[in-house]
Design a protein around this ligand. Structure first.
Ligand SMILES: Nc1ncnc2c1ncn2[C@@H]1O[C@H](COP(=O)(O)OP(=O)(O)O)[C@@H](O)[C@H]1O
Ligand SMILES: [Mg+2]
Length: 210
Protein backbone atom coordinates (compact mmCIF):
# COMPACT_ATOMS: atom_id res chain seq x y z
CA UNK A 1 0.00 0.00 0.00
CA UNK A 2 1.27 3.45 -0.86
CA UNK A 3 0.65 6.25 1.64
CA UNK A 4 0.71 9.95 0.81
CA UNK A 5 0.25 12.84 3.19
CA UNK A 6 -0.81 16.22 1.95
CA UNK A 7 -0.64 19.42 4.00
CA UNK A 8 -0.98 17.71 7.35
CA UNK A 9 -1.20 19.94 10.39
CA UNK A 10 -1.82 18.62 13.86
CA UNK A 11 -2.36 20.79 16.90
CA UNK A 12 -2.44 19.88 20.56
CA UNK A 13 -4.17 22.75 22.28
CA UNK A 14 -2.62 25.70 20.46
CA UNK A 15 0.65 24.02 19.71
CA UNK A 16 1.49 22.83 16.19
CA UNK A 17 3.13 19.42 16.68
CA UNK A 18 3.04 18.17 13.08
CA UNK A 19 3.41 20.23 9.93
CA UNK A 20 4.00 18.18 6.79
CA UNK A 21 3.46 19.62 3.34
CA UNK A 22 4.00 16.45 1.36
CA UNK A 23 5.20 13.01 2.33
CA UNK A 24 5.08 9.92 0.19
CA UNK A 25 5.71 6.52 1.67
CA UNK A 26 6.84 4.09 -0.98
CA UNK A 27 4.77 0.99 -1.50
CA UNK A 28 6.39 -2.32 -0.58
CA UNK A 29 9.40 -0.73 1.13
CA UNK A 30 10.55 -0.34 4.71
CA UNK A 31 10.62 3.34 5.64
CA UNK A 32 12.29 4.47 8.85
CA UNK A 33 11.20 7.53 10.81
CA UNK A 34 13.91 9.03 12.98
CA UNK A 35 13.78 12.06 15.22
CA UNK A 36 14.26 13.30 18.78
CA UNK A 37 11.71 12.78 21.56
CA UNK A 38 8.65 14.88 21.02
CA UNK A 39 9.30 15.46 17.31
CA UNK A 40 5.91 13.99 16.38
CA UNK A 41 6.78 10.46 15.34
CA UNK A 42 4.04 8.69 17.30
CA UNK A 43 1.54 11.38 16.36
CA UNK A 44 2.36 10.79 12.69
CA UNK A 45 1.91 7.02 13.00
CA UNK A 46 -1.43 7.42 14.78
CA UNK A 47 -2.68 9.67 12.00
CA UNK A 48 -1.57 7.24 9.30
CA UNK A 49 -3.14 4.35 11.25
CA UNK A 50 -6.46 6.20 11.33
CA UNK A 51 -6.46 6.23 15.13
CA UNK A 52 -6.28 10.02 15.32
CA UNK A 53 -8.69 11.87 13.05
CA UNK A 54 -8.28 15.32 14.55
CA UNK A 55 -5.93 16.92 12.06
CA UNK A 56 -5.97 19.17 9.03
CA UNK A 57 -5.00 17.89 5.58
CA UNK A 58 -5.33 14.60 3.81
CA UNK A 59 -3.94 11.10 3.96
CA UNK A 60 -4.21 8.97 0.84
CA UNK A 61 -3.91 5.21 0.76
CA UNK A 62 -3.11 3.92 -2.73
CA UNK A 63 -4.24 7.32 -4.04
CA UNK A 64 -7.76 6.94 -2.75
CA UNK A 65 -9.55 9.61 -0.76
CA UNK A 66 -9.65 9.08 2.97
CA UNK A 67 -13.35 9.07 3.68
CA UNK A 68 -13.02 5.33 4.27
CA UNK A 69 -9.83 4.38 5.99
CA UNK A 70 -8.56 0.89 5.14
CA UNK A 71 -8.62 -0.25 8.77
CA UNK A 72 -8.72 -3.86 7.74
CA UNK A 73 -5.48 -3.67 5.81
CA UNK A 74 -3.26 -1.90 8.30
CA UNK A 75 -2.10 -2.27 11.83
CA UNK A 76 -0.09 -0.28 14.36
CA UNK A 77 2.14 -1.82 16.97
CA UNK A 78 2.24 0.94 19.53
CA UNK A 79 5.05 1.88 21.86
CA UNK A 80 3.17 0.51 24.84
CA UNK A 81 1.41 -2.55 23.50
CA UNK A 82 -1.88 -3.60 25.00
CA UNK A 83 -2.36 -7.32 25.38
CA UNK A 84 -5.41 -9.16 26.71
CA UNK A 85 -5.28 -11.00 30.03
CA UNK A 86 -5.18 -14.29 28.19
CA UNK A 87 -2.55 -16.67 26.94
CA UNK A 88 0.04 -15.42 24.47
CA UNK A 89 -1.33 -17.89 21.92
CA UNK A 90 -4.84 -16.41 22.22
CA UNK A 91 -3.52 -12.89 21.85
CA UNK A 92 -1.73 -13.77 18.61
CA UNK A 93 -4.74 -15.69 17.32
CA UNK A 94 -7.16 -12.84 18.00
CA UNK A 95 -6.80 -10.86 14.72
CA UNK A 96 -7.56 -14.03 12.75
CA UNK A 97 -10.48 -15.00 14.97
CA UNK A 98 -12.27 -11.71 14.42
CA UNK A 99 -11.80 -12.21 10.68
CA UNK A 100 -13.50 -15.61 10.76
CA UNK A 101 -10.62 -17.56 9.33
CA UNK A 102 -11.10 -21.32 9.50
CA UNK A 103 -9.65 -23.11 12.48
CA UNK A 104 -7.02 -25.27 10.82
CA UNK A 105 -5.72 -22.34 8.83
CA UNK A 106 -5.71 -20.17 11.91
CA UNK A 107 -3.67 -22.66 13.90
CA UNK A 108 -1.18 -22.98 11.08
CA UNK A 109 -0.68 -19.25 10.78
CA UNK A 110 -0.35 -18.66 14.53
CA UNK A 111 2.15 -21.50 14.87
CA UNK A 112 4.18 -20.19 11.95
CA UNK A 113 4.52 -16.73 13.53
CA UNK A 114 5.33 -18.20 16.96
CA UNK A 115 8.04 -20.31 15.43
CA UNK A 116 9.51 -17.54 13.28
CA UNK A 117 9.66 -15.09 16.19
CA UNK A 118 10.98 -17.86 18.46
CA UNK A 119 8.19 -17.44 21.00
CA UNK A 120 7.57 -21.12 21.78
CA UNK A 121 8.45 -20.73 25.45
CA UNK A 122 5.91 -17.96 25.89
CA UNK A 123 2.96 -19.48 24.07
CA UNK A 124 1.09 -20.75 27.16
CA UNK A 125 2.01 -17.79 29.39
CA UNK A 126 -0.50 -15.19 30.47
CA UNK A 127 0.21 -12.14 28.34
CA UNK A 128 -0.28 -9.60 31.16
CA UNK A 129 2.57 -11.24 33.11
CA UNK A 130 5.17 -10.75 30.38
CA UNK A 131 8.10 -8.36 30.60
CA UNK A 132 8.10 -5.20 28.46
CA UNK A 133 10.34 -6.76 25.84
CA UNK A 134 8.34 -9.98 25.72
CA UNK A 135 5.13 -7.98 25.24
CA UNK A 136 6.71 -6.12 22.35
CA UNK A 137 7.61 -9.39 20.67
CA UNK A 138 4.12 -10.81 21.15
CA UNK A 139 2.47 -7.67 19.85
CA UNK A 140 4.65 -7.79 16.74
CA UNK A 141 3.60 -11.42 16.28
CA UNK A 142 -0.05 -10.41 16.62
CA UNK A 143 0.45 -7.75 13.93
CA UNK A 144 2.31 -10.04 11.51
CA UNK A 145 -0.15 -12.90 11.78
CA UNK A 146 -2.84 -11.31 9.66
CA UNK A 147 -0.40 -9.99 7.07
CA UNK A 148 -1.42 -6.34 6.84
CA UNK A 149 -0.65 -4.40 3.68
CA UNK A 150 0.58 -1.57 5.86
CA UNK A 151 2.49 -2.30 9.06
CA UNK A 152 3.23 0.60 11.40
CA UNK A 153 5.81 0.00 14.12
CA UNK A 154 6.46 2.51 16.91
CA UNK A 155 9.88 1.80 18.39
CA UNK A 156 9.30 -1.95 18.28
CA UNK A 157 12.68 -2.88 19.73
CA UNK A 158 13.11 -0.20 22.40
CA UNK A 159 12.88 -2.64 25.34
CA UNK A 160 14.48 -5.58 23.70
CA UNK A 161 17.76 -7.44 24.21
CA UNK A 162 20.26 -7.63 21.32
CA UNK A 163 19.59 -11.28 20.59
CA UNK A 164 15.84 -10.69 20.25
CA UNK A 165 16.41 -7.52 18.21
CA UNK A 166 18.16 -9.68 15.62
CA UNK A 167 15.16 -12.00 15.48
CA UNK A 168 12.65 -9.16 15.17
CA UNK A 169 14.65 -7.36 12.49
CA UNK A 170 15.02 -10.59 10.55
CA UNK A 171 11.28 -11.22 10.69
CA UNK A 172 10.28 -7.64 9.83
CA UNK A 173 12.53 -7.87 6.78
CA UNK A 174 11.25 -11.30 5.83
CA UNK A 175 7.63 -10.18 6.20
CA UNK A 176 8.29 -7.17 3.96
CA UNK A 177 10.12 -9.18 1.30
CA UNK A 178 7.63 -12.07 1.29
CA UNK A 179 4.38 -10.13 1.27
CA UNK A 180 5.51 -6.83 -0.29
CA UNK A 181 3.74 -5.03 2.51
CA UNK A 182 4.65 -1.43 3.23
CA UNK A 183 6.37 -1.05 6.59
CA UNK A 184 6.91 2.18 8.51
CA UNK A 185 9.17 1.89 11.52
CA UNK A 186 9.93 4.55 14.13
CA UNK A 187 13.34 3.95 15.60
CA UNK A 188 16.00 5.74 17.65
CA UNK A 189 18.55 3.32 16.49
CA UNK A 190 20.48 4.56 13.44
CA UNK A 191 22.20 1.22 13.03
CA UNK A 192 18.82 -0.45 12.93
CA UNK A 193 17.59 1.87 10.19
CA UNK A 194 20.80 1.19 8.25
CA UNK A 195 20.20 -2.52 8.60
CA UNK A 196 16.57 -2.77 7.58
CA UNK A 197 15.22 0.45 6.06
CA UNK A 198 15.05 1.17 2.35
CA UNK A 199 14.26 4.84 3.00
CA UNK A 200 14.64 7.10 6.03
CA UNK A 201 12.70 10.21 6.99
CA UNK A 202 13.95 12.64 9.63
CA UNK A 203 11.38 14.43 11.73
CA UNK A 204 12.27 17.52 13.71
CA UNK A 205 9.73 19.59 15.61
CA UNK A 206 6.98 18.13 13.50
CA UNK A 207 8.64 18.82 10.16
CA UNK A 208 10.25 16.49 7.68
CA UNK A 209 13.95 17.06 7.03
CA UNK A 210 15.39 15.37 3.99
N1 LIG B 1 -2.34 13.75 24.04
C1 LIG B 1 -1.51 14.79 23.96
N2 LIG B 1 -1.85 15.99 24.44
C2 LIG B 1 -1.02 17.05 24.34
N3 LIG B 1 0.18 17.01 23.76
C3 LIG B 1 0.59 15.84 23.26
C4 LIG B 1 -0.22 14.66 23.33
N4 LIG B 1 0.44 13.65 22.74
C5 LIG B 1 1.61 14.15 22.32
N5 LIG B 1 1.71 15.47 22.63
C6 LIG B 1 2.85 16.35 22.29
O1 LIG B 1 3.04 16.32 20.88
C7 LIG B 1 4.42 16.34 20.56
C8 LIG B 1 4.76 15.11 19.70
O2 LIG B 1 4.60 13.94 20.49
P1 LIG B 1 4.91 12.50 19.94
O3 LIG B 1 4.30 12.34 18.62
O4 LIG B 1 4.53 11.52 21.00
O5 LIG B 1 6.51 12.54 19.79
P2 LIG B 1 7.57 11.36 19.55
O6 LIG B 1 6.82 10.11 19.31
O7 LIG B 1 8.38 11.82 18.38
O8 LIG B 1 8.41 11.31 20.79
C9 LIG B 1 5.16 16.39 21.89
O9 LIG B 1 5.49 17.73 22.14
C10 LIG B 1 4.16 15.88 22.87
O10 LIG B 1 4.39 16.43 24.13
MG1 LIG C 1 6.81 8.30 20.27
Amino acid sequence: MKVSLNNIKKYYDEKLVLDIELLEIEKGKITGIIGPNGSGKSTLLHIIAGLDEEYLGEVFYDQEVTSKKPYDKMTLVSQKPYLFRRKVYDNIEYPLKVRNINKADMRKRVNKVISRLELEELREKKAHLLSGGESQKVSLARALVFEPELLLLDEPTSNIDPESIKILEREILRFNRETEATVIIVTHNLEQSDRICDNVIYLEKGRVNY
